[in-house]
Design a binder for this molecule. Structure first.
Ligand SMILES: NC(=O)c1ccc[n+]([C@@H]2O[C@H](COP(=O)([O-])OP(=O)(O)OC[C@H]3O[C@@H](n4cnc5c(N)ncnc54)[C@H](O)[C@@H]3O)[C@@H](O)[C@H]2O)c1
Length: 309
């Protein structure tokens, strides 16, 4: 297998002034990509602060790479469009985008203010959609493109105090499933990754031993692989951190079918609860149409049998 390189390619990484985004940008640049290093400069809670994007750009240039700074805010669609235009105008094109920017406002839902809810959904979910949309538009006619959206274990599995963040992060997974379908014919592959890394975002989180072994650059190779032409995967969800890598799947149980045209009682539902929830025979539908096919399979089979009688 040829070593994966990004020579002649252009990537955009949002929130790349620090943490995971910085590590992604440095890796892509080290492998030959020209990189738009985006960062609007936000504190851990989203308050404005100085951006370190210029320092990352300087680091890439000092190592002989090509990079430009973007201070655009991913929650503003006009600024996102300007960021994507920067890739084309300053670096000559666009091949891959990693949407990574974000911040936290953690508290149990009853203690979250309107602004805590809206600002976190805005930066992760709305910002992620703006970035993906601008990338899809840029990719539309060129026949290839890669988008990686950053999700989170909090969204995939749940975590106390992060309802706003988890809702936004799982929302991105829904977007990935749809964009993979929409991008397929145009050679655009879209995936989600939940990273784990010791960054400012985890300040104050008691990590114990784990914290000593999850450097941001350990998560970046999976992101970079998904950005590469070598990767043919789309619509999938991954976890990466501390050298560990895995795919996360969305599964459906076999379930219980009440019978054609049956209106089950609540007691019927209760009586079949074990069948509805049993996870010994899961299926993993790749899209909603396939999911409907298996969900309604017993009903359609019963309807066919009834017609042929
Ligand atoms: N660190 C982890 O273990 C972990 C776990 C799961 C998910 N994530 C996700 O990974 C991504 C990166 O997190 P991190 O740990 O590197 O955090 P970080 O705080 O170190 O970096 C986030 C960067 O995003 C920038 N940013 C924030 N709002 C922005 C905006 N509106 N426009 C442009 N830039 C903006 C910030 O200035 C900051 O530099 C986030 O999406 C986060 O939710 C991180």
């Amino acid at each position: 297998m040829e070593p994966i390189r990004f020579d002649g390619q252009v990537a955009v990484v949002t929130g790349a002034g620090r943490g995971l985004g910085r590590a992604h940008a440095l890796l892509l640049a080290a492998l030959g990509a020209a990189v738009v290093v985006n960062d609007a400069g936000r504190a851990r809670d989203g308050a404005p602060e100085g951006s370190a994007a210029d320092e990352v750009v300087a680091e890439i240039r000092a190592a002989g790479g090509r990079a430009v700074t973007s201070a655009h805010d991913v929650t503003d669609s006009a600024q996102v469009d300007a960021m994507i235009a920067l890739a084309r105008d300053e670096l000559g094109g666009l091949d891959a985008v990693i949407s990574n920017a974000g911040f936290l406002r953690d508290a149990t839902l009853t203690n979250l203010s309107d602004d805590d809810v809206r600002s976190v959904v805005d930066v992760h979910l709305v910002g992620g959609l703006y970035v993906a949309r601008a990338a899809m538009r840029a990719f539309r006619d060129q026949g290839h493109g890669r988008i990686v959206l950053t999700t989170s274990a909090a969204g995939l599995y749940g975590n106390v105090g992060q309802a706003n963040y988890a809702a936004a992060k799982l929302g991105l997974v829904g977007a990935v499933r749809v964009l993979a379908l929409e991008g397929r014919k145009r050679g655009v592959l879209v995936n989600a990754v939940a990273p784990a890394a010791r960054t400012r975002m985890l300040d104050g989180v008691p990590l114990g031993r784990l914290g000593e072994h999850i450097a941001p650059e350990q998560a970046s190779p999976l992101f970079a692989y998904l950005c590469s032409r070598a990767c043919a995967t789309s619509g999938e969800i991954f976890e990466a951190g501390g050298g560990a890598h895995r795919r996360v799947v969305i599964g459906a149980t076999e379930g219980w079918f009440a019978g054609i045209d049956a209106v089950p009682s609540v007691d019927d539902v209760a009586a079949h609860w074990d069948e509805i929830t049993a996870d010994d025979r899961l299926s993993f539908p790749p899209d909603a149409i396939t999911a409907n096919g298996s969900f309604f399979g017993p009903m359609l089979a019963a309807a066919r049998a009834e017609r042929s009688r």
